[in-house]
Design a protein around this ligand. Structure first.
Ligand code: ADP
Length: 352
């Protein structure tokens, strides 16, 4: 087999691939491989072209011993770092002398690597979020057993703090379970017939005491006739609870939260019949730099305030997944000092 036939053969391989002979020369390579390791690679010694020690060692071992090896190759495609799983295999009997050739193929595993990095980050975040209240609890238990053993007043105070910390952990675990559930259901179409006004009214009723404590009045603006649609009622209630609760918690200084519903026969964003639910507060607002990342897990625009108010940092991540499941959209507009508007846009008919 000539170098040209090897090239023709490699051109049909759907991965970057190249062939190295016993004299360590790159004798053939397809265009994907050349794009990866350099256009001038053909005919060169592989050691001068691929400078990563793990890959060089794998190729050398396969050349010397004939055993298959796999390793990783790290590169960058101009936009991001990329990772390849590289396989080195010996081929004999192609008529190019007794010595075999080494076929090297590169499998792009960047997505898998990124997914596992995200998983590691998530576990690190969860551990960190749980550790803070846990450390506080352990500290207070020790104090109650030791210095504060005979001080019932301090004991009662510490128990209050311990209850708060335990509740924070409970909320975090609850939100993690919700997030897990809504992520798992994201591809399952909602099938319930619901009346949106009922869901909103029931949400506002549940949050009434929170609003009263924060001196916030709810104001509702509904269309003349109730909005019926197909959705998952419990999940929509969770969406509105999370957003309205945030409006009260973070925007409560405005004294009022408006819930405005508008129905449209052709919602421009969806290009289909839809409904917009706007939750408007008149409080501190959110710096625009935070807006693109607001629905990321554990992202907080104001870390200190969120923790002080018992936030888990997961509320809007849950909201995003539920809205995705309903094939809807979430828009956030805010101006510092003027307040924030969260707009949930949902399709009304089964236009999935
Ligand atoms: P948290 O549990 O921290 O409230 P969320 O995911 O619900 O987490 O919200 C993420 C962050 O977005 C909050 O920490 C807060 O900084 C910010 N935020 C959400 N809603 C508002 C709002 N109405 N006004 C100001 N900031 C808000």
């Amino acid at each position: 087999m000539t170098d040209e036939t090897l090239d023709a053969f490699l051109a049909a391989v759907p991965l970057p691939g190249l062939v190295i002979d016993a004299s360590e020369r790159i004798v053939a390579a397809n265009s994907d491989a050349l794009a990866l390791i350099g256009q001038q690679a053909r005919g060169q010694n592989f050691v001068t072209i691929m400078r990563q020690p793990a890959l060089l060692e794998a190729i050398e071992t396969t050349l010397a011993e004939g055993t298959a090896r796999t390793t990783q190759y790290l590169s960058n495609d101009g936009a991001q770092d990329t990772t390849f799983r590289v396989s080195c295999r010996m081929v004999r009997g192609l008529g190019l002398g007794a010595a075999g050739l080494v076929v090297v193929t590169f499998d792009d595993i960047t997505d898998k690597e990124q997914a596992s990095q995200m998983r590691r980050d998530f576990v690190a975040n969860v551990s960190h979020e749980l550790r803070t209240p846990l450390t506080a609890l352990m500290g207070f238990i020790e104090t109650l057993r030791g210095p504060a053993r005979n001080d019932p007043e301090a004991g009662a105070r510490f128990l209050d703090i311990m209850q708060n910390e335990a509740e924070r952990m409970n909320r975090l675990v609850g939100d993690l379970m919700s997030l897990n559930r809504v992520e798992g259901e994201e591809r399952v179409k909602p099938t319930q017939n619901i009346v949106l006004n009922d869901i909103l009214n029931s949400t506002l009723h549940t949050l009434q005491h929170l609003a009263r404590d924060a001196d916030v009045a709810f104001e509702v603006e509904y269309p003349e006739s109730p909005v019926s649609m197909i959705a998952d009622g419990d999940q929509l209630k969770q969406v509105f609870t999370n957003i309205i609760m945030n409006a009260v918690k973070y925007g409560g200084s405005g004294g009022k939260v408006t819930v405005r519903v508008t129905e449209s026969a052709r919602e421009p964003v969806l290009r289909a019949p839809g409904v917009r639910i706007q939750i408007i507060d008149y409080g501190a607002g959110i710096d625009p730099i935070h807006l693109p990342r607001l629905t990321e897990r554990f992202y907080r625009a104001d870390d200190h305030r969120s923790k002080e108010l018992g936030g888990t940092g997961l509320g809007l991540a849950i909201v995003k997944h539920i809205i995705n499941r309903h094939r809807g959209r979430l828009r956030v507009e805010s101006e510092l000092g003027q307040g924030t508007t969260f707009t949930v846009i949902l399709p009304i008919q089964e236009s999935f």
